[in-house]
Write a new protein. Structure first.
Length: 106
């Protein structure tokens, strides 16, 4: 495939592509001073699959309701999906919101 063909197929709006890429890669800080349990599902009844170290940042792919947890950022039943089969309570993530900041998990 030639470079001319690739350019013709693209939308031509590089700023839109850059904005989408930046949104997709946004990370959020975990509460300072905390090591946070990462669970296999959206609740404290799910097994711990790993522990995030202090100072970690996470990418939130989607969010879903689950067990209500109290943490440094309030009390919430929102759980953040940070990888395939990995969830952390939103009460430990500084998203700047008490509600959903990403789409609901399907």
């Amino acid at each position: 495939m030639s470079v001319d063909r690739v350019e013709a197929v693209g939308s031509g709006d590089e700023s839109e592509v850059a904005t989408l890429a930046a949104t997709a890669l946004r990370t959020y800080p975990v509460a300072p001073g905390y090591r946070v349990n990462v669970r296999s599902g959206p609740g404290t009844g799910y097994s711990i699959v790993r522990v995030l170290p202090e100072g970690a940042r996470v990418t939130i792919f989607c969010q879903t309701p689950g067990t209500t947890v109290s943490g440094p950022y309030g009390t919430s039943n929102i759980w953040d999906n940070i990888a395939d089969g990995e969830y952390i309570s939103d009460a430990y993530v500084q998203t700047g919101s008490d509600g959903y900041v990403r789409p609901r998990c399907g």
